[in-house]
Each structure stands twice: as structure tokens, then as C-alpha cells.
Design a protein around this ligand. Structure first.
Ligand code: IVH
Length: 708
């Protein structure tokens, strides 16, 4: 990959290719990692890829996919537990990997706050515990609720299980009326080893590492089992709070300690980056002897008022960062290369490895990204791994560095067998035989079969019934595979799902009479399908799986057009040629040219459009709601900031305006509602005057949003 190439020098096409490849790998890894407490990899690789993707998206915002893995905190809550909506979202942390990243973090904060980058600020530094996060809610001092992170917005209700953990107080003296304490549930090395040997004596399940053991133990439907598991808890962050308990991060943790929580003894605060980094090295040196797993050091800006001003990006706070430890490595043999075909036709090579343990997890496959990567080139044609190619039979060094699919760091050419030959990447789709082509600037070779390719069709169907789309109970990936290959009752395209019940009634091989099915499960499935005939416009659009149209973009588009029919009609016109409909689509913030082309291709006359029509005929697609923000003077308005702002940085002003429901545009047009012009405002302010758009100065802006 191009991870070493400066993002500034990438062309749009190169960036596009890299974003696509990274998104795909990260999503695959996310799924593998989060679903069954059974990750196939560790943190560093994942982090590195996610960081690169975040940087690419920042540099090329038009290419950013709304369903990008950078926008996802974790996985959805599993079905076995009740759900709890977090009163304040549980966020993730962005990552730093070296000194420069930490310096960038500090300078970014200074810039956001409008301070010189030489300003010294106080930060806390504490170990990043490798467990799972838990939010504990106390009302009038009594523990009333414990929730896992889930997807950050909704977690699992594990209250009864949390009550069995001795580090978690049931009552707190002198606590504020509402207090949410967040921290990490973990298992010590000693307890983990003992648990695994008890488990194997009893013939029970053993765990790959302490984190999985902690997660598996906390997420037990029977709290009695959790009670037998030696779980521990470190408190490190606040959720909701009715009255302040401190003015600094350190103060919060001190208060937690006084409430009876365990807090990490290695937490300290420092007012220079050098001392912060020294503490990182100290903690790293103690890592092996701490008795529990940590995977880095978390830095947090100490002053809570500054934390408040900095706020959050979509999934991470601006005021904290995790400085990760370097990844672990292991050598193994590459047994083969499989080609997987994805929803958008991408041919993804996957290395099949002789299973090897890397940092406590058995790794048996690794992503090989694309054909250039195998050859030893990044997407710009620069060499990686010193230009060494990857061949079947090679000894390869694997690193398990993230929560994701492992990657190959190096190849031992000296151990290469005589007669080994370079890997030949297929130029036809292994699934449907169609030609697989690489478009200019695309690092990925794609099957041209479209929906005639069974792999693309089935992956699209899986996306269609996924949790974030139609989410049909009883119709998951496994059932989709089964129905897709079924001769008598096939589901080959989404519309088939909605004709399944009628077809079943006239079928000789009724579903209820089949292996693995019964009257009840068949009836339930049909009822679940019927229930999803009514669907929100945004969800429907996302479910179609149109390339480049992610969840957030689909929602934005739905809010813009409000009704499916007006969107559909506009797309039909846009597909016939350039016109105002195309520009209207482009004017939506977050919708770029690439997405527009993709939408237009999907709505042009052809098999894809016919499939959409067949499907829509079965559904009642509900209108989207325009966002309403009570009390916000700028909700739904388009704002432009120009000139220099003195009381807040441009980034802070933009974030504030967006949090109040405004859209912030880069240039003034007839659609602009309000221009905030600071000193030195030039052509934009002039244009606003020419167009008769309301223009205010920074102080008036601050008055306008005061108290919001
Ligand atoms: S602070 C808003 N501190 O790391 C910030 N997180 O990668 C809240 N974690 O979800 C998190 N040790 O599960 C914080 N000392 C620590 C931590 C820590 C482990 C976990 C936590 C979080 C994840 C982010």
C-alpha cells in the first residue's frame, strides 16, 4: 500500500483507490473482530490502516464514504441482551503511533483553540487497558445500570453481570444525583491462565486471550457464570453527570477513587510532550510485568473546560488520543492465495497461512490487498517490502497489529523454494468467468459481471438484509447463501425476498417441510419479511448497495429529496444527461462527483435499474424527515465563514455550526443563508453583499449562538 507516501502528493484517483481498499479491509476486519469475541488479529495494523484512511478522508473529503469504517465505533449490540441507549455516546479514541503523531495531536488542539502551538498544556497519561469498556450509571448513589459500548450509541444491558464484579461499587456515598462512570473490564494474566485451565478440565471453551475471556465472561446471559469469572474494572472516564465533581481529568479520577473505584496507579499528568513521552516509555518498560494486558498509553487534555470546547469528531474526542505500542510479528508459510469477490466486484486476494500465533491469537489468513501489493508495489508504483513479491510457498512475516485482518510485513526470499514462480493474478472473475478489469487509477481489479456474477449478487443481498439495512429477522448471511442456491425457492435479487411467501404457497417443496425449518420458523420468517415492507427512504437507498453510496450519504440524500419518488424522478432525468438535477445532487454536502456518477449509472436504463423498480413495487418507502433542531437559529441553514476569526478557530466555528444543524459551505452562492465575515474577508464577503445575503461579524455570530 501507499502508507509511506505523502497524502499531499496523491492524485484523486490514487486516493480513491486507496480509500476503497482500506475501507474494505477495515470493514472485513471489524466484522471478524466484533461479532464473536473472537478476533483474528490485534490492534496495531488496524490502527495504522484506520489512521491512514482518516487522513485520506480529511484530505479528500469528497471521496469520504459515509459508511466508512472511520465512522464506526464498534459492532452492533448482540441480540441476547436488552439494549440501553447511552445518554452520552461512548466513543472510541484516535491513535498515535509515534512522537510526531503526539506532537500533531497537541498542535491540532492548540490550533482548534486558537492558541500558539508553543503553548504548554497539561495532559494526563495512563495505560490503555486491553479489555472492554463499560458504562455504569448511578442514581442517588445506587448502581442502576451497566451497559457495554455496543455501537457507541446503543449498548447491551449487562447490569446483573456487572453487579458481580467486586471492583464495581453497588452504592456510592456522597455521589451526585446522576453519575456515569466509564472504564474498562479486564482479566489479569494470572486469572486468565487459571480460568483457561479450569475450563479445559471441565471440557469447556478456552479463550484466546484475556480480553476475549473478559468479554465472554461479562456477556454471559447467566449472571451466575459471570460471578464465577474473576473480572476487574478500572474507572477512567465520565459519562453523564448532574453536578460537577472536578475541573480536571485528574480530579475526576481522584473522585472516582474516593467513590471506591479502582483507578490505574500509573496515571500521571505532565505539561510537556517530552515528559508525556517519557512516561509512555516508562509504562512500555513495565508492560510485561503489570500482570494485565495493555496496548498503549492514553493521553487526555487535563482541563475539562478545554475538553468541552474541543468536543468530538463523529466517533472520537478531539481532546484525547491513544498512543499505541508497536505491533507483534511472527513468521509462517504462505499456503495459498484465494480470490474473494466482493459486493462491488472487487477481486481481493487473501493469503492462506499456516496457522501461527501472533500476540495470543491464531492467525490463518491475511489480506493481500490487490495485485500490485503482491508484486511489491504500492498504488503509485513505488516499491514496498524492498520490492519483494509474495509467492505461494514463501515464508512470510505476519503482523497482527490491529483489531483486523493481519498483514504481511516481509518475505524471506532466502528461504524461497527452487522453482517457485511469481503469483499470476487472475484477469477473469473466479466466480463467474467475466473479464476482470482495472480502471485507470484503480488499484483494484473488478469483475465486470455486475449482477450476473453470483458472488456480487449474493454479497449485495447480504448487504441488503444486513443490520443497518433491511435487518430481517431470520434472514441473515447464512440463509441468504442457502436461498441464493435454492432451486425451488430461490432468492437471487432483493425483490425475490418479498415474493418468497407467495412462491412458497404454490411450491411443492414448502419451506416448513425442509430440514432446519418448521412451521413456526417459516411463519416467523414471512412475518419478519412483511414487517419490513415499510422502510425509511434513507435506509432503502443505502440497502440498494450502490457503489460509493454509504449509510450517511443515503440519509443526506433522503433528507434533501424527502420523498423516494422525487429522488427517483430526478435520477431518471439526471441519467439521461447533464442538467440541473445532476447539479442539485452535487450540491448536497457530502455528495461528490464519484457518488453522483455511481447513482446515475444505477438509475440509467439497465438491469440494475430494473431490479430497483421490481423491488420498489413491493415496498412502501417512507418520506424522510427534514432535521429539526429546536431553538437553533441556524438549523438547516447554509453558512459560510470567511476572513479571520479571533475568538474561535475556523474548525471550532464550523463544528459548532454543524452541531446546531447548519451546513457549512466553503463558498458563497445564491443558496447561502448567512455569511460570518471576520477581518480581512475578501471576495466571499463581497459576493455575499452582491447577492444580498445576510452578513454578520464574529461578535454577532457569538451572540447568536450564545448559550447553545
Ligand atoms: S478514555 C472519550 N482511557 O480504549 C474517551 N479509554 O480505543 C473514552 N480504553 O473505548 C475512552 N483504556 O474501551 C480511555 N485509560 C483509558 C482506556 C480506554 C482502555 C479503551 C476504551 C475505549 C477504547 C478506545
Amino acid at each position: 500500500m501507499t502508507k509511506d507516501q505523502s497524502i499531499e502528493t496523491l492524485t484523486v484517483d490514487q486516493a480513491k483507490a486507496e480509500i476503497a481498499a482500506l475501507s474494505k479491509d477495515l470493514s472485513a476486519a471489524n466484522t471478524a473482530y466484533h461479532s464473536a469475541d473472537n478476533p483474528i488479529l490485534t490492534d496495531a495494523e488496524f490502527d495504522q490502516m484506520k489512521r491512514r484512511l482518516t487522513a485520506l478522508e480529511a484530505r479528500f473529503p469528497n471521496l469520504a464514504q459515509s459508511d466508512s469504517p472511520t465512522q464506526i465505533v464498534g459492532a452492533k449490540a448482540s441480540d441476547g441482551f436488552g439494549k440501553i441507549t447511552h445518554s452520552i455516546r461512548m466513543l472510541s479514541l484516535s491513535n498515535a503511533f509515534d512522537r510526531q503523531d503526539v506532537i500533531d495531536f497537541h498542535e491540532g488542539i492548540c490550533r482548534f483553540l486558537g492558541l500558539p502551538i508553543t503553548t504548554s498544556l497539561r495532559y494526563t497519561a495512563e495505560p490503555k487497558i486491553d479489555g472492554l469498556s463499560l458504562s455504569l450509571r448511578y442514581e442517588n448513589g445506587t448502581l442502576i445500570q451497566a451497559a457495554t459500548r455496543g455501537d457507541g450509541a446503543i449498548g447491551e444491558n449487562v447490569t446483573e453481570n456487572a453487579r458481580t464484579i467486586k471492583d464495581i461499587p453497588q452504592f456510592i456515598e456522597n455521589a451526585p444525583k446522576i453519575l456515569e462512570v466509564r472504564g474498562e473490564v479486564y482479566m489479569s494474566h494470572e486469572d486468565f491462565t487459571a480460568l483457561n485451565s479450569r475450563q479445559s478440565e471441565r471440557g469447556g471453551k478456552t479463550f484466546a486471550n484475556p480480553r476475549n475471556a473478559a468479554a465472554g465472561s461479562l456477556r454471559q446471559l447467566d449472571a451466575q457464570i459471570t460471578k464465577e469469572r474473576p473480572l476487574r474494572f478500572f474507572a477512567y472516564a465520565l459519562g453523564e453527570l448532574s453536578t460537577p465533581i472536578a475541573t480536571t481529568q485528574m480530579g475526576i479520577v481522584t473522585a472516582f477513587h474516593s467513590f471506591g473505584f479502582q483507578v490505574n496507579p500509573l496515571m500521571q499528568s505532565f505539561d510537556s510532550i517530552d515528559t508525556l513521552l517519557n512516561h509512555y516509555s516508562d509504562i512500555e518498560a513495565q508492560r510485561a510485568t503489570l500482570g494485565y494486558d495493555i496496548d498503549g498509553v492514553v493521553y487526555k487534555l487535563d482541563a475539562l473546560d478545554l475538553q468541552q470546547r474541543l468536543g468530538f469528531r463523529s466517533t472520537t474526542p478531539r481532546w484525547a488520543i491513544a498512543h499505541k505500542f508497536p505491533a507483534e510479528l511472527a513468521w509462517t508459510r504462505l499456503d495459498g492465495i484465494d480470490i474473494q469477490v466482493g459486493r462491488t466486484g472487487a477481486l481481493s486476494p487473501v493469503a492462506r497461512l499456516d496457522p501461527v500465533t501472533v500476540g495470543g491469537v491464531v492467525v490463518s489468513n491475511a489480506t493481500l490487498h490487490n495485485e500490485d501489493y503482491i508484486v511489491g508495489l504500492d498504488s503509485n508504483g513505488n516499491t514496498i517490502r524492498d520490492g519483494k513479491d509474495i509467492r505461494i510457498g514463501d515464508w512470510v512475516q505476519v503482523y497482527r497489529a490491529g483489531d483486523v485482518i493481519p498483514k504481511i510485513a516481509d518475505v524471506d526470499v532466502a528461504k524461497r523454494l527452487d522453482g517457485s514462480v511469481p503469483y499470476v493474478f487472475p484477469t477473469t472473475c473466479p466466480e463467474c468467468g467475466s473479464i476482470a478489469i482495472r480502471e485507470e487509477g484503480d488499484a483494484v481489479r473488478r469483475c465486470t459481471g455486475g449482477l450476473i456474477c453470483p458472488a456480487q449478487a449474493v454479497e449485495r443481498l447480504k448487504h441488503f438484509v444486513g443490520r443497518k439495512t433491511f435487518d430481517i429477522e431470520g434472514l441473515g448471511a447464512k440463509q441468504i447463501e442457502m436461498f441464493f442456491h435454492d432451486e425451488t425457492l430461490p432468492i437471487r435479487e432483493p425483490a425475490d425476498i418479498f415474493t418468497l411467501e407467495t412462491r412458497d404457497q404454490s411450491s411443492l417443496a414448502r419451506l416448513k417441510n425442509r430440514d432446519g425449518w418448521g412451521d413456526k420458523s417459516a411463519t416467523n420468517l414471512f412475518a419478519a419479511i412483511r414487517e419490513k415492507r415499510t422502510i425509511a427512504f434513507g435506509k432503502f437507498l443505502f440497502a440498494l448497495g450502490i457503489r460509493h453510496v454509504g449509510e450517511a450519504a443515503a440519509n443526506l440524500i433522503s433528507k434533501h429529496y424527502v420523498t423516494w419518488s422525487s429522488f427517483h424522478d430526478a435520477m431518471q432525468i439526471a441519467a439521461k444527461g447533464e442538467g440541473p438535477e445532476r447539479d442539485a445532487l452535487l450540491s448536497i454536502d457530502g455528495v461528490g462527483q464519484v457518488m453522483v456518477n455511481s447513482l446515475i449509472a444505477a438509475f440509467g436504463e439497465g438491469p440494475e435499474y430494473m431490479g430497483i423498480q421490481r423491488l420498489a413495487a413491493h415496498l412502501s418507502i417512507q418520506d424522510a424527515e427534514r432535521p429539526k433542531l429546536v431553538g437553533s437559529p441556524v438549523a438547516g441553514k447554509i453558512l459560510v465563514f470567511t476572513g479571520s476569526l479571533e475568538k474561535m478557530s475556523r474548525a471550532e466555528a464550523k463544528a459548532k455550526a454543524e452541531s446546531l444543524g447548519a451546513k457549512v459551505a466553503g463558498s458563497v452562492s445564491a443558496k447561502t443563508d448567512l455569511v460570518v465575515a471576520g477581518p480581512g474577508a475578501g471576495s466571499k464577503a463581497k459576493k455575499a453583499i452582491d447577492l444580498g445575503i445576510e452578513t454578520i461579524d464574529e461578535d454577532t455570530w457569538l451572540d447568536l449562538i450564545k448559550g447553545l
